[in-house]
Design a protein around this ligand. Structure first.
Ligand code: ATP
Ligand code: MG
Length: 407
């Protein structure tokens, strides 16, 4: 079956009256970016829906696969676009019906958006149905439970005929909701938290705290790979790597062992807070989940949150672990997240950290040393990588070059 267009339906976008133009333009940019390496298509964004025109050589399946990951799209249908005449409609509908398997049933569903079209819905339904029956051998009509439902949409510009409706990812187009800084560890939760905010149209930059030699290059590569997976849906993402070793050592020097975990989180938050202003973002996102581990009791969150007045978004706060894992599998980060590389926090985690940290005590321990200069130095020495879906680490690049030299 040859389809000449994809019909792309907008998600919640339809609700946003005055901002619609901005939303449609952003979605159009995002769609174009998602399709970059492919060819044979042309994107046309309209007020109420988008069409992707397909050339003969277009890889429709791959285009659909990519579109289904773009936020702001409710659903996608491969369609045949025809002239607004009875003959043209019949011809295309018959063509579609001829691709159905033998001995199946069908039904015609007409939607008449253009009320000036000469035939009414009922008459057209019968016309098209009759034509299909006379031009095919093994198909029968079943209006209650058809195997195939042929949809005929009479719109102002043309008629669109299709069967399939493929679900999109929903949400809002990324880039319409401001910018946040995602605290990205190598774990299961934070990549999912990032995806949750991106789904609401928000752009992210990621920040990762790295403590070499206590944490290895492999742990860093894991975070790069997680960022790369996220970028498959939204285009390039900036990943900021914070040199955290000196701060980590200093915390362990001055803070009581049972409180180093709380303090580490607080210092991370202070670095993130300083950096958020630098990149013009307006919130910090993390993967915290209520009651999951020692650092994530309410009392602990209170102590950690106290160092910043920037909004801290916790999209996973109330979810069950099972649901987070399910989401991680859906977005494709789970397998990477469970690879066993050490995290700067687990290495320094004492055997029995306080689960209900006393806020005054943390402040007292930290007051022994003025962390401010060290925090500033860490911020000034952040290494920034721009990760896109085709990103390769320096190591991979040099291996590729070696292989190229060999052949
Ligand atoms: P995750 O699965 O995201 O690692 P977690 O359940 O292991 O989360 P914690 O280790 O307590 O929870 O971390 C809580 C949050 O703090 C993480 O979700 C992440 O947002 C942030 N975080 C922890 N370690 C780092 C790090 N090294 N770099 C950046 N952010 C971090
Ligand atoms: Mg973790």
């Amino acid at each position: 079956m040859h389809y000449d267009h994809l019909l792309v339906r907008y998600g919640e976008l339809t609700l946003k009256g005055t901002n619609r133009k901005k939303f449609v333009n952003q979605l159009k940019d995002n769609v174009k970016r998602a399709l970059i390496p492919l060819d044979g298509y042309h994107v046309k964004g309209k007020r109420d829906r988008m069409y992707v025109e397909l050339d003969e050589n277009a890889d429709m399946k791959e285009i659909i696969r990519r579109l289904s990951k773009v936020y702001g799209i409710k659903s996608i249908s491969p369609v045949i676009k025809t002239d607004k005449t009875e003959e043209a409609i019949n011809e295309s509908a018959v063509q579609l019906a001829q691709s159905f398997e033998k001995d199946t049933t069908f039904k015609i569903d007409v939607k008449r958006v253009d009320k000036s079209f000469p035939l009414d819905t009922y008459t057209l339904q019968r016309e098209v149905g009759g034509k299909i029956l006379s031009q095919t051998e093994d198909l029968t009509v079943n209006v209650k439970r058809p195997d195939h439902e042929i949809k005929v949409e009479i719109r102002l510009d043309a008629v669109y005929i299709y069967e399939e409706i493929i679900p999109g990812s929903g949400g809002l187009p990324v880039g319409t909701g401001g910018k946040t800084l995602l605290m990205l560890s190598g774990g299961i939760d934070s990549p999912v938290a990032g995806m949750e905010v991106m789904k609401r149209g928000v752009t992210i930059e990621a920040i990762h705290f790295h403590s070499p030699p206590f944490t290895s290059e492999k742990a860093k590569d894991k975070v790069i790979e997680l960022t790369r997976i996220l970028s498959e849906r939204v285009g390039p993402i900036k990943l900021h790597i914070v040199p955290f070793t000196e701060l980590q050592k200093q915390i362990n020097k001055v803070v009581h062992p049972r409180y180093t975990m709380t303090s580490t989180r607080r210092i991370m938050m202070r670095v993130a807070d300083a950096f958020v202003h630098k990149i013009g973002a307006h919130a910090i996102v993390n993967g915290e989940n209520l009651g999951q581990v020692a650092s994530q009791t309410l009392k602990s969150m209170y102590a950690i949150n106290h160092v910043t007045s920037t909004p801290v978004l916790r999209p996973l706060l109330t979810l069950d672990k099972e649901d987070i894992i399910k989401k991680a599998k859906e977005i494709g980060t789970f397998e990477t997240s469970i690879q066993p590389f050490e995290d700067c926090c687990t290495i320094f985690t004492p055997k029995n950290p306080v689960t209900e940290p006393d806020f005054d005590k943390v402040e007292k321990y930290e007051s022994v040393f003025d962390f401010e200069d060290m925090i500033q130095t860490a911020v000034d020495n952040i290494e920034t990588l721009t990760i896109d879906p085709n990103y390769k680490s320096e190591k991979e690049q040099s291996t590729d070059a070696l292989i190229e030299d060999l052949f």
